[in-house]
Design a protein around this ligand. Sequence first.
Ligand code: LLP
Length: 426
Amino acid sequence: MNHTLPGAPYFHYGDPGLMVEGLSLAALAQEHGTPLYVYSKAAMQGALAAYQAGFAGRKAQICYAMKANSSLAVLQVFARAGCGFDIVSGGELARVRAAGGDMQKVIFSGVGKTRLEMRDALAAGIGCFNVESEPEIEVLNAVAVSMGLRAPISIRVNPNVDPKTHPYISTGLKGNKFGIAHERTLATYQHAATLPGLRIVGIDCHIGSQITEEAPYLDALDRMLDLVQAIEATGIALEHIDFGGGLGIQYYDEVPPAADALWAKLLQKIDARSLEKHTLMIEPGRSLVGNAGVCITEVLYLKPGEQKNFCIVDAAMNDLPRPAMYQAYHAIVPLQPSTASAVHTVYDVVGPVCESGDWIGRDRALAAQPGQQLAVMSAGAYCMSMASNYNTRGRAAEVLVDGDKATVIRARESLSELFRGECLAD
Ligand code: LLP
């Protein structure tokens, strides 16, 4: 690899081998088994600090998009740092509660909120519902009226901006299911303002994920600020502007804008229109946790082939679905650096799941040996939170490292847990 290791400096080579903060990843794998997710608390705090620096002196609220990694101890790190949470289900609301998060700092996004989820979130006193369609506005109004409450809302605008990322993770284009079309937004606000069960508090957008250029953000903000001014000109006051998440991370050699530098530019646009009285909200997920985690896996077998050589490891698409789902690249590095003279062979790194789509990395030059451990880098976001039990495989264990202290924050899933809730028919 001739660029920096993703996750550096929190993940770094030392003695012995690849380290997370002050601990050896090989020692953690030895103690807890593989596949094993390992997170650096300092890396999460460092990523958050870049946003906080960008917002210094401003009214701002960072709502961690917990779908990226919703493990309770990870949520606790962000709750203790003063973050709110962007949630998309009643299950995520329950996780905020379990992690000690502040309900008033919760925003509820998603195109398919059920009445039950709305009721629970209203009863919990969350900060804002990001409403994604005109029918949802009617249902939320009815639910709030039935409870004698007013639901705080933002309308999620679909600004029709191309975030230039993978099509599955683009959300702000006309063809996507998210948000209310830019042209419909003003009329929808005017209608919402007449409904007795709603209280308009903000405006929201989120254009996509793993965005590595600043241009889509600058364009989307211009379109949002036009709308803010048009809405306020009709007498509807907005307290906050929520600009979503989406900032990308380094998986290979990408150099996404730094959060503070990006926000310095975005804030200039807000100030230029004298809109600085609004509280700024953002919903970052990946950029807070993606490079704070790795997945350690052990090489089981090397299988040479005519067309391809396979390096079969004990982590699979059920543990780490991003390559199978999005053809995503994750760096794969040995825990013990190979010597310059070691013979490297080009492998597809694959898991034990019975699918040809079960691969973790393609065409990787490795001096691999059975029993050797590898680290799949940039695995803090959308890996464990998307893990499944496919092929009746228990989900991996997770460890959070803080300096030289390691805490198991999720036990490896046992076989009995895999059958829980099931029974034979007679
Ligand atoms: N806000 C909303 C409304 C979202 O839908 C998302 C992500 C975020 C915030 C956080 O975006 P981030 O800062 O993490 O980019 N599983 C895919 C990513 C799906 C993103 C879904 N929405 C992946 O592994 O790349």
